[in-house]
Design a protein around this ligand. Structure first.
Ligand SMILES: Cc1ncc(C[n+]2csc(CCOP(=O)(O)OP(=O)(O)O)c2C)c(N)n1
Ligand code: SF4
Ligand SMILES: [Mg+2]
Length: 284
């Protein structure tokens, strides 16, 4: 039987009190609840405080370039679709630098769970505004306040028909663990955007600020495949901020479109080089 201890217990470089700890705990809990052993799991990340998370888990990991958690995650899933593949990323990493990859991964729909540590700030580089920072937020760089409109990740994902769209909160670990579990169980790309307080650089969206606003949606009040109603719900932000699953659309995953995977994972199939050799010989 898998236990939390199987995923290790590491010293971290995160600030004491950071919301990242809640996400790490919820992810371990979700993997254990689903009975996934460390060797069955791959976590791919980019660059950021959030992207350090794989360093603190004993399982297969890949820590790549800024904004690039999704391409290696997709590649790994195609090479071995029996793996549980999770992309861990930040609001800057995923919605800024990696925004293009986000859009096209939604279109591709690989069976990957994306966990976005959305602290509405660039934490690692010491507190510049990110794509999700609120208008008016002052930082050392945005000394007169942010004036760019924040990106709404849920609305964007729903508008593009992302097959699973949800929001969790790093201060509600049991709820977040359940959400991650649902994301992993869903076949296709699942987005879990996590509101994550950065206690060092985001003095606006604090644990107190979130705790006064977030609420769990037991039942969103519409069928989860109703894209228009889900989009409308995703616009709710302010005095009340909904948490939970906003949208689900079951559709074929990227891997299901690839006939070559029908006989099993690529890594198990012996490479067939005859046709390639014949082609190369044709140029000699
Ligand atoms: C191509 C590139 N541009 C910029 C950087 C510098 N950089 C590293 S992390 C980061 C922002 C991280 O913000 P986020 O993804 O929100 O992660 P957080 O640290 O907040 O968890 C930036 C701009 C980089 N490493 N590579
Ligand atoms: S800078 Fe912010 S996001 Fe980074 S570890 Fe510290 S509190 Fe967490
Ligand atoms: Mg961030």
């Amino acid at each position: 039987m898998v236990s939390i201890e199987d995923y290790g217990n590491f010293e971290t470089a995160w600030c004491p009190g950071c919301g990242n700890f809640g996400i790490l705990k919820a992810l371990k809990q979700a993997l254990v609840n689903l009975g996934r052993s460390p060797h069955e799991v791959l976590i791919a990340s980019g660059i950021g405080q959030s992207s350090k998370l794989p360093h603190y888990l004993k399982c297969n990991t890949f820590n790549g370039l800024h904004g690039r958690s999704l391409p290696p995650a997709t590649g790994a899933k195609v090479a071995n679709h029996e793996l549980t593949v999770i992309a861990v990323t930040g609001d800057g990493d995923c919605y800024g630098e990696g925004g293009n990859h986000f859009l096209h991964t939604v279109r591709r729909n690989p069976d990957i769970t994306m966990i976005v540590h959305d602290n509405q700030i660039y934490g690692l580089t010491k507190g510049q505004a990110s794509p999700t920072s609120e208008v008016g937020m002052r930082t050392k760089i945005q000394a007169h306040g942010v004036f760019n409109m924040p990106l709404n990740p849920l609305s964007l994902a729903i508008s593009m028909d992302c097959s699973f769209v949800s929001r969790g909160y790093a201060g509600n670990i049991p709820h977040l663990a359940k959400l991650i579990e649902k994301g992993i169980q869903h076949k296709g790309l699942s987005l879990v955007d996590v509101l994550q307080p950065c206690v060092s650089f985001n003095k606006l969206n604090t644990f107190k600020w979130y705790s006064e606003r977030v609420y769990e949606m037991e039942d969103p009040g519409y069928e989860l495949n109703d894209r228009v109603r889900a989009f409308e719900k995703s616009l709710e932000w302010g005095d009340r901020i909904p948490l939970g699953v906003f949208y689900v659309n079951e559709k074929p995953s990227f891997e299901e479109h690839l006939d070559v995977l029908a006989t099993g994972p690529l890594y198990r199939n012996a490479a067939k080089t005859d046709a390639v050799n014949e082609l190369i010989d044709g140029f000699v």
